[in-house]
Ligand binder design. Structure first.
Ligand code: MG
Length: 349
């Protein structure tokens, strides 16, 4: 897991910037009719049609957002795309194009960049988005990746953060906390490896957690699932920094309060068992873990029957009046103020 598997090494300087761009983009094919012109001119051309355009950008920096000692480059490429698509899906839109810009130091050979782009390409094919541009340049230290995703949605379909209403139900897709625990497991193995490089880690008990950390999937499917159920969320956001922090964005922007019920938080069995092993509070991990890339949304209370019992969704609480604040109702029935700390805060503890 932790050793360098790159055996063949081709210097990036040999290819030059344009040679590199041609090399890494030759396998990408445009899939969307709205992608009029991709790579190869001064700017890409997108057919804006009659819909509204969604644009989102993310910047990832080696040593801050990812650690290449346990993050394979192909996974990093895939995940970097997911992070951006997730934001488009959180607006209830369809992602159709991305641009990818990277800066790499001379410690990366061509084969490493190929791996990164293999992950980006897999994401593009799986999620039907087109790579239409970007930039490659050198950095003095480490790797930086910036991706912009472009999507579209009909004006009436877009779901914002500032439109949750009092009494709405708060719903999350999937389960919470696994990606954060996956990171804890990988960090622990990294430390073990430092001490004993011959130690082969046994990761069988953590497969789901590690997959959620290394190969997250953006919830492209949720829009269709909600349409099938005839539900339009009143507000929506994706869970990148942990449930607490995301629900706080919705509440502050919608000028409402909320109650989240501890016993309703969706936890995978591996999350529960690994929390016990690491002596972590599973509620804390679910609320503040981050990197789940699930969707958090609110629906009118009248939609409860449509959503209850659906295995894709968990009703975790409801919206209240603003003056009631943001609260967590514990298993014991006690109400405590919800702390809005993202996973970075948790990491510092
Ligand atoms: Mg977001």
């Amino acid at each position: 897991m932790l050793e360098d598997k790159n055996t063949q090494k081709t210097s990036l300087a040999e290819l030059g910037e344009f040679g590199l761009i041609n090399h890494i983009t030759k396998y990408f094919k445009l899939q969307n009719p709205s992608s009029i012109k991709g790579i190869g001119d001064d700017a890409a051309v997108i057919d804006a049609s009659e819909k509204q355009t969604l644009v989102t950008t993310d910047l990832l920096i080696e040593g801050v957002h990812f650690d290449l000692s346990y993050m394979p480059l192909k996974h990093l490429g895939y995940k970097a795309v997911m992070i951006n698509l997730s934001d488009v899906y959180a607006m209830n839109g369809v992602a159709e194009q991305i641009t990818v810009s990277i800066a790499v130091s001379n410690r990366f050979p061509l084969e490493a960049i190929e791996e990164l782009y293999a992950g980006i390409q897999l994401a593009c094919e799986t999620y039907q988005v087109d790579l239409i541009g970007g930039d490659t340049t050198s950095s003095t230290k480490g790797m930086l990746i910036s991706i912009t995703a472009i999507g579209k949605a009909a004006k009436e379909d877009i779901v914002y953060r500032n439109t949750a209403k009092e009494t709405d139900l708060i719903v999350v897709s999937g389960d919470l906390g696994a990606a954060y625990l996956g990171l804890q497991v990988l960090e622990r193995e990294k430390q073990v490896f430092k001490v004993d490089p011959n130690n082969q880690p046994d990761l069988d008990n953590y497969t789901y957690l590690i997959e959620r950390q290394l190969k997250p999937e953006a919830r492209k499917d949720i829009a269709a699932l909600l349409k099938e159920l005839d539900i339009k969320p009143t507000s929506m956001i994706d869970i990148s920094d942990g449930l607490s922090s995301e629900v706080m964005h919705i509440c502050s922007q919608s000028k409402v309060g909320c109650k989240i019920y501890e016993d309703k938080l969706p936890l995978d069995p591996q999350v529960i068992s690994t929390c016990e092993e690491f002596e972590l509070d599973s509620t804390m991990v679910a609320l503040s873990g981050g990197e789940d890339y699930e969707l958090l949304f609110t629906v009118p209370i009248a939609d409860f029957d449509k959503i209850k019992g659906n295995p894709n969704f968990s009703v975790v609480g409801h919206i209240t009046a603003e003056n009631q604040g943001l609260n967590l109702v514990t298993r014991a029935g006690q109400e405590i103020a919800l702390k809005a700390q993202g996973w970075n805060a948790l990491k510092d503890n």
